[in-house]
Design a protein around this ligand. Sequence first.
Ligand SMILES: CC(C)(COP(=O)(O)OP(=O)(O)OC[C@H]1O[C@@H](n2cnc3c(N)ncnc32)[C@H](O)[C@@H]1OP(=O)(O)O)[C@@H](O)C(=O)NCCC(=O)NCCS
Length: 154
Amino acid sequence: MSITLRPIQEGDKPEWLNLWTGKGGYIEFYKSSHKITPEISDSTFARFLDPNEPVYSVVAIDDSTGKIIGFANYLTHRNTWTIENALYLNDLFVSEDVRLKGTGRKLIEYIYSEADRLKCKKCYWSTQFENHRAQLLYTKVGVKSGFLLYRRPD
Ligand SMILES: CC(C)(COP(=O)(O)OP(=O)(O)OC[C@H]1O[C@@H](n2cnc3c(N)ncnc32)[C@H](O)[C@@H]1OP(=O)(O)O)[C@@H](O)C(=O)NCCC(=O)NCCS
């Protein structure tokens, strides 16, 4: 499958929203109790396009249809252990019907090139213990950090 990766653009919003909060999309996949309201999605999308916000998104387009089939949302932040910023890959998604064709790997490779462009020393992400499918990709393109993620209780 031939795909193109490029930074998200204003006109991508309906297709991105569909993969983000639509049926069979990323938020549904997580079955999270945290509700992603339309206001949150609007704010997140606006941040991608705001050059003053360190929040970014890349979309994967199927060249044969021109449709968006995946995305990666990422952000950069300060790090007390380095002078350079770190890049955190916040969300990664490929449409169910086109998985296992190399799009996820290409999106991560794009993220690595962005870490270089944005001069980020560290590039990292997290995943759920039970997300074995994603880990089959991650063990090929990354290394396990050895850290566990904790958060404040609700
Ligand atoms: C995780 C996800 C992004 C992967 O996207 P994808 O386009 O299917 O990934 P790719 O096709 O690039 O890579 C899959 C890799 O895993 C390997 N893989 C996947 N399933 C496998 C299996 N059952 N056995 C062996 N290897 C497997 C493939 O061989 C491939 O490796 P390769 O690049 O060396 O060929 C996609 O499954 C997805 O969106 N899942 C739902 C959301 C999600 O889990 N996001 C990540 C949250 S942390």
